[in-house]
Design a protein around this ligand. Structure first.
Ligand code: PHE
Length: 451
């Protein structure tokens, strides 16, 4: 690495930067559709339990690993044990799988922004608008390309700083708008049933799939199990209180996901009747439900346009951090200039993203494991690779490096209040649960068991 490793100037700077990477489409688009699909309250409950146990332990581990070694994933694992270098590579693989399809969704957000700006809200609120759009051959690909160019352009010009600053103004506005839209939605007839569905756990809906889905979402949303938090940690100052910072990032990230669910799920009940079919819409949920909300609002076109612009910003900060990660992996490995690496990554994103986009229309015959290409990539990264990386990280820290190394790093500044809890999770609870869940999920995907 040719550049000097800088540090975040203050603690808040670190928390905000990490939160900027963490808060994105994962919170606003992915969390609500999973919660709607996997039984509402039960999914929310499982997610929250996992966040304060697994999520907490893994994030502490990754950030401490980075801060201790002052290296990114591959180097960090290697420096502690040569044999575990592969784990660094494995986690570095994840952003390569996520980024292309992340940008496809980003393209959909751009499209919705333009629809609202051009005052077509009632059009967008019809049931078939979304499907009509994504199944076209050209339009979604064009919006995807626009989004990729925006992302790679920022990474190439190295103006992340400006984007980061802008998002510090936009993020708080996004939070306020989410609250406003949620409250508006809750006042619509029928919405209360949705609120109950979202908040009241129905234990009969509990299954291994619920846990796996929630866990995959946790990793995705908090940017864990893909080496990114290790890199962030490597920039963190020793004086900052690590445990407290992790708590803050978690609270922020989970708070926004919770609000997004509150904004979308009651509205599904109010505007689409809360049937199993309406709730199981998957990746399209946000795009199908929110236009209906805006269509019923005074000045809905304006509110919708502003909303999708803010979502676009949240998405961009995340895809920029993902792309930056890929670019730096490529550069570290091949010693290329930033420009060359960016161009090659651009070609890669287009080559993988265009089929993902076409997978909803003319290429829908490509259906690995019976899934759309987007769902397939999402499944491979979130339900397979990330749990494997998380499992191996627990084994590595729990039994080879030993939790003490992480605890000492956290205690460079202050005491690690939850260190016993941390040790138990990393050594016993997390690895056992991860293996069990992974086996169940793979069996289910292959159709061996039916839930
Ligand atoms: N956590 C981001 C989200 O919720 C996605 C992301 C993952 C961003 C990894 C950066 C790195 O959208």
């Amino acid at each position: 690495m040719e550049k000097q490793r800088g540090s975040f100037t203050n603690k808040l700077g670190f928390v905000l930067a990490a939160a900027g990477s963490a808060v994105g489409l994962g919170n606003l688009w992915r969390f609500p559709y999973l919660a709607a699909k996997y039984g509402g309250g039960i999914f929310l409950l499982v997610y929250l339990v996992l966040a304060v146990t697994f999520g907490f332990a893994l994030m502490v581990t990754e950030i401490a690993l980075g801060r201790k070694t002052r290296l990114s994933a591959v180097g960090a694992y290697e420096s502690l044990n040569k044999k575990f270098k592969f784990l660094g590579y494995l986690s570095s693989l994840v952003p390569f799988i996520i980024t292309p399809y992340y940008c496809v969704i980003g393209g959909w957000v751009v499209k919705y922004f333009t629809v609202f700006v051009s005052n077509n809200v009632s059009n967008a609120a019809t049931d078939d608008f979304f499907t009509g759009f994504i199944t076209q051959p050209a339009a979604p690909v064009i919006f995807f390309i626009i989004y990729v160019l925006l992302t790679v352009g920022v990474v190439m010009l190295g103006v992340e700083g400006g984007i980061e600053k802008a998002s510090r103004i936009m993020m708080p506005i996004l939070v306020v708008m989410t609250v406003f839209i949620a409250v508006f939605g809750l006042f619509q007839p029928g919405a209360i049933d949705g609120l109950i569905y979202y908040l009241k756990p129905d234990f009969s809906r509990f299954s291994a799939t619920t846990v796996l889905a929630a866990m995959g979402q946790l990793f995705y949303s908090m940017s864990l199990a893909m080496g990114i938090m290790i890199t962030y940690g490597s920039y963190m100052k020793k004086e900052a209180n690590l445990e407290q910072s992790v708590r803050q990032i978690e609270l922020f990230d989970t708070g926004i996901a919770f609000m997004a669910g509150l904004m979308i799920i009651p509205a599904v009940f109010a505007f689409s009747g809360g049937s199993e079919e309406a709730l199981g819409k998957g990746p399209s949920l946000m795009f199908v439900t929110l236009p209906k909300v805006f269509d019923n609002m005074k000045m809905g076109t304006f509110v919708g346009a502003v909303f999708f612009l803010l979502v676009l910003f949240a998405a961009l900060t995340s895809s920029i951090s993902l792309t930056e990660t890929i670019v730096s992996i490529v550069r570290d490995k091949l010693g290329w200039s930033r420009k060359k690496a960016c161009l090659v990554v651009l070609v890669f994103l287009l080559a993988v993203g265009i089929p993902v986009s076409l997978g909803f229309g003319i290429w829908s015959f490509i259906a690995p494991l019976g899934m759309s290409l987007l769902d397939f990539f999402d499944f491979i990264s979130n339900s397979v690779l990330m749990p494997i990386v998380a499992f191996l990280t627990c084994i590595f820290i729990g039994y080879i490096v030993k939790p003490k190394a992480i605890i000492d790093e956290v205690e460079v500044n202050g005491t690690f209040k939850n260190k016993k809890f941390y040790t138990v999770i990393i050594k016993y609870i997390a690895p056992v649960c991860l293996v069990a869940i992974l086996i169940f999920a793979v069996m289910e995907a292959m159709g061996v068991i039916v839930v």
